[in-house]
Design a protein around this ligand. Sequence first.
Ligand SMILES: Cc1ncc(COP(=O)(O)O)c(C=O)c1O
Length: 380
Amino acid sequence: MNYKSKLPNVGTTIFTVMSALANEYNAINLSQGFPNYTGSQKLNDLVTKAMNNGYNQYAPMAGNLDLRLAIGHKYELLYKSSYHPEKEITVTAGATQAIYTIISAFIRLNDEVIIFKPAYDCYAPAVEINGGKTISVQLSAPHYSVNWDEVASKLSSKTKMIIINTPHNPSGTIWSEDDMLQLQKLTQNTDIIVLSDEVYEHIVFDDTQHLSACLFNDSKQRSFITASFGKTFHNTGWKIGYCCAPENLMSEFRKVHQFNVFSVHHPSQKGIADYMQDSETYLGLNAFFQRKRDLFLSLISESRFKVQPSKGTYFQVLDYSEITDAYDVDFAKRLTKEFKIAAIPLSVFNDNHKDDKVLRFCFAKTDETLVKASEILTKI
Ligand SMILES: Cc1ncc(COP(=O)(O)O)c(C=O)c1O
């Protein structure tokens, strides 16, 4: 058969590659971003109860209404921001589907989408498969700060979307109020849509506040916010997330969503809705991960890795330049094979594989795993 790949440059994601290598070499896997402990028993029970109570047929296309009400309540509580549960919130199969569907609903041939690199790896292929073009703004270790003049210079009449992600995977940095205001200023009086990937909104450290796009009035009017219950409730395998946007944008989103997935696993939605009635279920996440980050940092304090403490997400970036000048992908593979610890090299998320000699480690792991991992890291 003769066919032309629509994504000729896309291979297997680095997460799959490193996790497979970790399994092959029986290494501690701090590469892929998922917990190695179980989530809440109460939540599992509520999902089981939903199944037993008959929530087993298609959920409404936009999501179980109790869940959309709970999400709406969360935005009122945390950001004093209103999203209409019936018109402005849609439950999705993880944030990944929300992101893909948003891009598919708005990006046409030759449209330009601004992406900040290093970038989570599902953005660019979704743009490309829809005929769009990504325009990168490359950030650098250790602070990954944004040069807003550079962003301004990359905007054109073709710019249709800007994708932002704070707290940021993979760097563990967060955007300041000034960043959010600069974004707002640049997009004001344009038709640019902002896709604000906020899957780590409940994981910010050192008493900092997460700055959601919905806190900035003009930005809110042009933004889709995407979120992931997998990240919030330690169940990445459930693949349930959602997005919020003003009604006019959301109605376009739903035109694609209804033929893309239609609706997602109903009992999980109902169980999560009931679980979220207690706001501590998501408000407690900061403290949970702050303790893990602090534990990990204290355990590796004697190592030769250089550290800029993560400000958000459950990732810690470590600079290995004092250990070797090896290319980060090679060093990550060597760590897995020889030292039995797997991490993610950041160059794979950069333009031209820019190599800052840093690796990303996931600390959403049991304390026991973090202790074992740190013992290895301290000896390298
Ligand atoms: C920045 C970012 N966005 C989106 C996702 C995808 O979330 P989900 O698993 O809900 O699809 C991830 C998962 O790692 C992520 O790190």
